[in-house]
Design a protein. Structure first.
Length: 426
C-alpha cells in the first residue's frame, strides 16, 4: 500500500500562501556547517522536507548534532568529525555530494560514494572534482567512490566549463580555508549560492562577488558560530503561482524575493497572464485564455529547469503551439508521458518539446518520476476534468512542504488515500 493524492480538478485556486524556505539554499548551508571546528550554526526558515532530513542524517552520521524544530535548525559541530560518508545516504540524494568540499577542507580527506545518475540525467560531478584537484587535492575514483585528499588546499583560478550550481558550491566551501586567494570563474549565479556565501561570511569567511560570474575567496584560518536566515524558495513559490493560473484562479504568494521570480513572471506575462507585484508578495491570474510561448531553460537568471515541467503543464492548456527547450538536463521530459495520457499534445524531439495547446486535460492515474515532474502532474490534475490520482508522492515531498494542505487552503478538492499497486489502472 502507498499513499496517493486524489485531486478532483476544475476548481479555480484562490487566496494566499507563504513561501517556504529554499530547499536548495538550505542543503549547501547545512553542508557548510561542517567547516566549523567546535561551533554552532543556527538556521532560520528551514523547510521541513525529506531532503533536509536526509542531509541532517548525513551530518549526524559524520558526528554532528542536529536539532530541528519549527523551521529552526541548530547544527552543533564538534572538533573531530568523520570524513567518510555512507552509500545509503549519498545514493538517496545527490545533494549529499555537497559535503565533499567542506570535509576535504577541514579533515584533509573525504570519501564519497559516487552519487550516480538519476531520473533527470546522468549528473556527473566531474566539475566538482576538477575544481578541487586544481586546488591541490589528489582525487581517486575507484570501486564506486571518490577519495579526495589534501594536506593543504591552495587558492587558485578555477574556470568552470559550465556554471554548475553544485560545483560552484563545493569549490566555494573548499576554498574557505585554502591558502591565498581562489577565484571561481564562470561561477553559477543562483540566489541559493549567494545565500551560501552570505552564510559563510556570517561564519567569518572572506568572500565577495557571489551572484556574479566571478567569486573571490580569500582563505581564513577559522570560522565561528553564526545565525543565518534561509531565502524563500523561488521554485515552490512559482509552483503555487502557476497553480493559480492553470486553474483560472488567482493565487498570491507572500514572503518572496521578487527579483528571484523574474524569469517566470516575464514568461507568464508574455503568455497573457496578469502579474501584480507588491513588496515581498506577488499575485498572478488570467483574464482570457493563455496563449503559446517559447521557453528555454538556462542557468540563473535564465528560466529555471526546475520550473520546466510545471510550465509545460500550463502550456498544454494554452492556445497555439509552444516550444520548450531543455538546456540543463538531458533527460528532463519524464513528465511528458503522463501529461499525454491526460490528453496533452506534446511531441519530444531531442531536448525540445513541442506543446500544442489542447482544450482540456482529463484526470487519470499518474506517477511522479522526480520532484518537479510530480509538481507538474499535480498542476495538471488541478486543471483537469475528473479525478487525477498522483502516485509516488515521496518524490514530491522531497521538495514541497505540506503541498496538499497548501493547495487545499486555496480551494482545491483533494484527499490523500492508501492504494495497493494492483488497484491502479495504468
Ligand atoms: C542544482 C539544484 C537542482 C537544479 C540544478 C540546475 C540543488 C540541491 N539542486 O542541482 O534542483 O535543477 O541545480 O539549476 O541545488 N554537470 C556536469 N558535471 C558536473 C556538474 C554538473 O556535467 O560536475 C551537469 C549536470 O549533469 C547538469 C548540469 O551540469 O546537466 C547542471 O547541473 P548543476 O548546475 O550542477 O545542478 P545541481 O547542482 O546538481
Amino acid at each position: 500500500m502507498s499513499q496517493v493524492l486524489c485531486i478532483r480538478g476544475g476548481h479555480p485556486l484562490r487566496g494566499a500562501v507563504v513561501a517556504q524556505g529554499s530547499k536548495n539554499a538550505t542543503l549547501p548551508i547545512m553542508a557548510a556547517a561542517l567547516l566549523l571546528k567546535g561551533g554552532k550554526l543556527r538556521l532560520k526558515r528551514v523547510p521541513n522536507l525529506l531532503d533536509i532530513a536526509t542531509m541532517a542524517d548525513l551530518l549526524k552520521y559524520l558526528g554532528v548534532c542536529v536539532d530541528f524544530d519549527n523551521h529552526e535548525m541548530s547544527i552543533d559541530v564538534p572538533e573531530e568529525i568523520s570524513w567518510e560518508t555512507p552509500p545509503s545516504l549519498v545514493r538517496k540524494m545527490r545533494a549529499s555530494s555537497l559535503v565533499l568540499g567542506p570535509l576535504l577542507s577541514r579533515c584533509g580527506k573525504a570519501v564519497l560514494p559516487l552519487p550516480g545518475g538519476c531520473a533527470i540525467g546522468s549528473r556527473p560531478i566531474d566539475l566538482h572534482l576538477k575544481g578541487l584537484s586544481k586546488m591541490g587535492a589528489s582525487i581517486e575514483v575507484a570501486h564506486g567512490a571518490v577519495t579526495a585528499e589534501a594536506r593543504e588546499l591552495r587558492g587558485t583560478r578555477i574556470y568552470l566549463d559550465f556554471p554548475s550550481v553544485g560545483a560552484t558550491e563545493n569549490v566555494l566551501m573548499a576554498a574557505v580555508f585554502a591558502k591565498g586567494e581562489t577565484l571561481i570563474e564562470n561561477a553559477a549565479r543562483e540566489p541559493e549560492i549567494a545565500n551560501l556565501a552570505q552564510a559563510l561570511r556570517e561564519m567569518g569567511a572572506d568572500i565577495s562577488g557571489e551572484g556574479t560570474g566571478i567569486i573571490r575567496i580569500r582563505g581564513v584560518d577559522a570560522l565561528h558560530d553564526a545565525e543565518v536566515e534561509i531565502i524563500p524558495d523561488r521554485i515552490e513559490a512559482s509552483t503555487y503561482l502557476l497553480a493559480g493560473v492553470i486553474t483560472g484562479g488567482e493565487v498570491t504568494v507572500k514572503g518572496v524575493i521578487l527579483e528571484h521570480l523574474d524569469a517566470l513572471l516575464a514568461k507568464l506575462e508574455e503568455a497573457g497572464a496578469t502579474v501584480a507585484r507588491n513588496e515581498g508578495e506577488v499575485k498572478a491570474y488570467v483574464k482570457n485564455k493563455l496563449h503559446s510561448i517559447n521557453v528555454k531553460t538556462l542557468p540563473y537568471p535564465g528560466f529555471p529547469t526546475d520550473l520546466q515541467p510545471q510550465m509545460m503543464a500550463l502550456l498544454s492548456l494554452a492556445s497555439g503551439t509552444s516550444v520548450i527547450r531543455e538546456e540543463i538536463f538531458e533527460a528532463r521530459f519524464l513528465h511528458v508521458g503522463d501529461l499525454k495520457r491526460m490528453g496533452a499534445a506534446i511531441e519530444v524531439q531531442g531536448n525540445m518539446a513541442i506543446v500544442k495547446g489542447c482544450p482540456e486535460l482529463m484526470g487519470c492515474d499518474v506517477k511522479a518520476t522526480d520532484l518537479r515532474a510530480g509538481a507538474a502532474l499535480i498542476l495538471a490534475g488541478l486543471a483537469a476534468k475528473g479525478e487525477t490520482r498522483v502516485h509516488a508522492l515521496q518524490h514530491i515531498w522531497r521538495g514541497y512542504e505540506q503541498i496538499e494542505e497548501k493547495i487545499a487552503s486555496l480551494g482545491a478538492s483533494l484527499n490523500l488515500t492508501e492504494m495497493a499497486e494492483e488497484e491502479v489502472k495504468w
